[in-house]
Design a protein around this ligand. Structure first.
Ligand code: ATP
Ligand code: MG
Length: 367
């Protein structure tokens, strides 16, 4: 006679090993249905992975091995992707029909860590089982290929009368960057129209396929690229990265005002370089001040998604092309970044289920 508890089942499944499956995410909450009748197990489980069918087979084999009395398993897998809401918009669908949500990572001030945050968020979302793409919209200063450890060039193919670009992929994130298309010694001397052309091409000519989130790593400020982006595609929303100090907050306000003016919802504020914990003494230093991100999010009635400390490993992860959330999965900072990515997905869901008139009231009028 077969008997087992939910936790015995989870513990058994945690022994599966597959490169697209993070067993740490398996918890009792992953079980959606659990019934045992006449040595038959009816199990429905929610899983974050792209290789659902392979994972399903591995799970079945594992359970059969671990529970000899088990005669039959009816296993249903609910994938993460199916529960991710989509931003419904006719114009977006005409340009990128397979992409559910588009999110810009922006800042007013340069060097606050947008690219670092964008890359780590993208990898964090992918680790949680979402299908993720990343557009490096910083045409003059692309940093995504370096941060994702890629020196490859994307392949192209002819489709009807146009050329399609196949995005590159690192750590389960599909991406495109001008840095992967041009020689890194060649100066980027492109002017306005060519720059906006490149941004548009990244949306229209890249074969993104089906994505839950397409993230844009923007250059600093509120210039041509930002404008082209918001005019080309109705974004699901923008995330604003700031450091805690006043000069950065002033620019964050400007960035927020710009997005609000062009009707792009701001999904939240992320404070980067929030503090530094000395590894030898454990003492906390507020290098750029403290509380700025939370202050500005209250002032601007925008959700605060979290604060990321200064950590040399975050910088190294960027320089070495191995994002912290992937390279050091057990670090506290990784947990912070994962948590921010989950808060962001909550905000996306709220936006997607809120009628746009309500959002405008929520944001208030900045005139
Ligand atoms: N939390 C952090 N801890 C340590 N180093 C960080 C952190 N965030 C960013 N950095 C480092 O700070 C530098 C600037 O970061 P990044 O390039 O991501 O900023 P940016 O806002 O994208 O810059 P730009 O405006 O030039 O595009 C990089 O060297 C990066 O590795
Ligand atoms: Mg950048």
């Amino acid at each position: 006679m077969f008997e087992a508890t939910k936790s015995e089942i989870i513990n058994s499944l945690k022994n599966i090993s597959h490169k697209h499956f993070n067993t740490n995410l398996l918890t009792l909450n992953s079980i959606k249905k659990f019934e045992i009748n006449n040595s038959t197990l009816d199990l429905e489980i929610s899983v974050n992975s792209k290789d659902i069918s392979e994972i399903k087979n591995l799970m079945k084999d594992r359970l059969k091995k671990d529970f000899a009395e088990l005669k039959k398993i009816n296993l249903t897998i609910a994938s993460k992707s199916s529960s991710i809401s989509a931003h419904k918009d006719a114009k977006k669908d005409s340009i990128m029909p397979g992409v559910k949500n588009t999110i810009a990572v922006a800042s007013g001030k340069g060097g606050v860590g947008k690219s670092t945050v964008a890359v780590n968020l993208a990898v964090a979302l992918a680790k949680d089982g979402a299908r993720v793409g990343l557009i490096d919209a910083d045409i003059y200063g692309p940093s995504v290929p370096l941060m994702l450890g890629s020196i490859d060039k994307p392949k192209v193919y002819q489709h009807e009368n146009s050329v399609k670009i196949i995005p590159l992929e690192s750590y389960e994130v599909k991406f495109i960057s001008i840095g992967s298309l041009i020689d890194d010694k060649a100066p980027v001397i492109w002017r306005g129209p060519m720059v906006s052309g490149a941004i548009k091409q990244f949306m229209t000519d890249v074969d993104w396929g089906e994505l839950d989130y397409l993230i844009f790593d923007l250059p600093p400020g509120t210039g041509d690229i930002q404008l082209t982006l918001v005019q080309t595609i109705p974004l699901t929303g923008a995330v604003i990265v700031t450091t805690p100090q006043e000069v950065s907050l002033i620019d964050a306000r400007k960035a927020l005002a710009m997005f609000t003016r062009v009707n792009v919802p701001v999904l939240g504020i992320i404070e980067n370089m929030s503090y530094f914990i000395a590894p030898d003494t454990g003492k906390k230093y507020d290098i750029f001040g403290s509380g700025g991100g939370e202050k500005i999010s209250k002032e601007l009635k925008t959700p605060f998604l979290g604060g990321i400390p200064i950590d040399p490993r975050i910088r190294e992860g960027g320089d070495n092309g191995l994002p912290m959330v992937f390279g050091i999965p057990d670090a506290n900072e990784t947990e912070i970044l994962m948590e921010i990515s989950r808060k962001l997905t909550e905000q996306v869901n709220i936006r997607n289920s809120t009628p746009s008139e309500k959002i405008e009231i929520l944001l208030g009028d900045d005139d």
